[in-house]
Design a protein around this ligand. Structure first.
Ligand code: XMP
Length: 511
């Protein structure tokens, strides 16, 4: 495995994702991990991430110097390169200003790290300080117009440093460079596949669960469904799934969940129709935050009540936690290093003091890896590549107050949007597409009749991670079809508009 020591860069997760894409297992570890820790982990290579601090700051994060003597290759990226320089006896100069953005890297030696690459490549810089004297044994292997030592290596000790960020898409050849580090320097062998993950997870689950029973809280999305499919394979009928229908699901979603779980997978399913409770709870409430909070609270209450009925029966509760959440909550260790922490939207949320032991079989996986595992477990493509759907569901896509009639109107319109998008082969190309029911009425004319009815907005975005998103340029013909069908087929909508805002400054959801 490859160990990535985290110095708080916003890109650390991206390094991990890039390496996993090579079918190589890697973990993000606190920068305080010692050489001994890394030896125990059997790390075949170490990456020191970038970070927002300067090595000149008081209490700047550092690492165990013995890591450079472990005999495994080490790559320092940005802050990691500067730290490597300092700890190995070179010199770093404090920058007066930041260099941030694209630059051209001139490669001085296209062996090792830059093997097979052109002598000039575009890179992404984001730094203040720079290396001005390399430690003994190092040679310069790349420079830019403004940074004399932009890449360096000591091939004898297998130590490498780059001032730029190979992990971001703005360094187009960065992937090849990381590939060289992983396969030529670290000599890793590709063995991290969905198949190997499933095999080892089944062993782990059985070791932990033994003869006990597991309850799995389903959200209907790919993560919890994959957890359920994996558990079913590991422990068979000792798995029971619980689904709470809060009444703001998509059209026929409940039926689909029942079919997949009960019929296709033969999994015990407790289906709780709590829609009445949720819809009543939201009566008269139009503030988005209040709506979200009320749904979250009610979810916890329903879960508590229902799980109490089962208490004693189940020792474990399974959840679909993924690796990005694990890295983020491990921020405790690197908190002084990390500058911003993304605030999560929690899927439903669960009570804090529950009587279960938590089991999280996907906690070391990224989303794209979960999808591959889902496919390997035989889950339907349609489910595995389903767009993200927010925990509060359609409640935050019906702006303002909600009621049953509005839910049905939006369900019908949303169904048409999905149908046309899928028919046009666009579903997999978009991050999300959905309808939003606006809290205004406008005048229209249908037949000879004047109408005064609701407006639907279509929202479609492209994104890699939902942190930023661009509005999707859907073809006019598709927009035309959706608009015509929605107005004709959904009785109380007489106007359709298209959202052309990106995130930031807008968000993906409207509430
Ligand atoms: P925003 O609207 O913040 O959404 O740009 C970013 C992504 O998160 C999804 N989202 C949620 N997911 N529970 C969830 O599980 C929530 O409360 C929630 N709110 C937003 C949204 O659909 C988008 O993919």
């Amino acid at each position: 495995m490859i160990a990535i020591l985290d110095f708080g860069s916003q890109y650390t997760k991206l390094i991990a994702r890039k390496i996993r894409e090579f079918n190589i297992y890697c973990e993000v570890l606190p920068h305080s991990s010692t050489a001994e820790d890394l030896r125990k982990f059997k790390a075949e290579g170490v990456i020191l991430s970038g970070g927002p601090r300067s090595t000149f700051e008081k209490n700047a994060p550092t690492c165990d110097e013995k890591i450079f003597d472990l005999g495994v290759p080490v790559l320092g990226i940005c802050y990691g390169m500067q730290l490597m320089t300092k700890l190995c006896g070179g010199e770093v100069k404090q920058g007066k200003s930041q260099e941030y953005g694209p630059a051209n890297l001139y490669i001085d030696s296209n062996f090792d790290l830059f093997k097979g690459l052109w002598l000039e490549m575009s890179i992404w810089m984001s730094h203040g300080d720079s290396v001005v004297r390399m430690p003994e044994g190092f040679q310069r292997i790349g420079h830019t117009d403004s940074c004399d030592i932009a890449a360096m290596s000591d091939t004898k000790r297998n130590l490498y440093g780059v001032q730029f960020h190979p992990e971001v898409s703005h360094t187009p050849k960065g992937k090849e460079m990381l590939h060289n580090f992983i396969f030529s320097a670290c000599k890793c062998k590709e063995n991290w596949t969905s198949e190997s993950f499933i095999k080892s997870s089944i062993l782990d689950i059985n070791n932990r669960v033994k003869n006990e029973r597991v309850l799995c809280a389903l959200s209907g999305g790919v993560d919890s469904t994959t957890v359920a499919a994996l558990l079913k394979k590991a422990i068979g009928n000792r798995l029971t799934c619980m689904f709470i229908d809060q009444g703001y699901m998509r059209k026929d979603e409940g039926k689909r969940i029942k079919k997949v779980f009960e019929e296709d997978y033969n999994i015990n399913l407790i289906y709780i129709d709590a829609s009445e409770r949720f819809i009543n709870k939201l009566k008269g409430i139009s503030d988005p935050e209040e709506k979200r909070k009320k749904i979250g609270e009610e979810f916890i209450r329903v879960f508590e009540e229902e799980s109490k009925k089962l208490s004693g029966e189940f020792k474990f509760l399974a959840q679909g936690t993924l690796y990005p959440d694990v890295i983020e909550s491990a921020v405790g260790d690197v908190s002084e290093t990390a500058v911003t922490i993304k605030s999560h939207h929690n899927v439903g949320g669960l009570p804090e003091d529950i009587d279960f032991e938590i089991i999280e079989p996907l906690r070391m996986l990224f989303k794209d890896e979960v999808r591959k595992v889902g496919i390997e477990l035989g889950l339907p493509e349609e489910l595995v590549h389903r767009h993200p759907f927010p925990g509060p569901g359609l409640a935050i896509r019906i702006l303002g107050e909600t009621d049953r009639e509005k839910v049905q109107t939006l369900q019908d319109a949303d169904w048409i949007i999905m149908d046309e998008i899928k028919k046009a082969g666009l579903y997999r190309k978009l991050w999300q597409v959905f309808g939003v029911l606006l809290p205004i009425k406008t005048v229209g004319v249908q037949g000879d009749q004047r109408t005064y009815s609701n407006v639907l907005a279509i929202r479609a975005v492209n994104s890699d991670d939902a942190m930023t998103a661009n509005w999707a340029h859907l073809p006019y013909e598709i927009l035309d079809k959706i608009s015509a069908r929605v107005i004709n087929e959904v009785s109380n909508i007489n106007r359709v508009v298209y959202d052309i805002s990106s995130k930031p400054p807008s968000t993906i959801e409207w509430e």
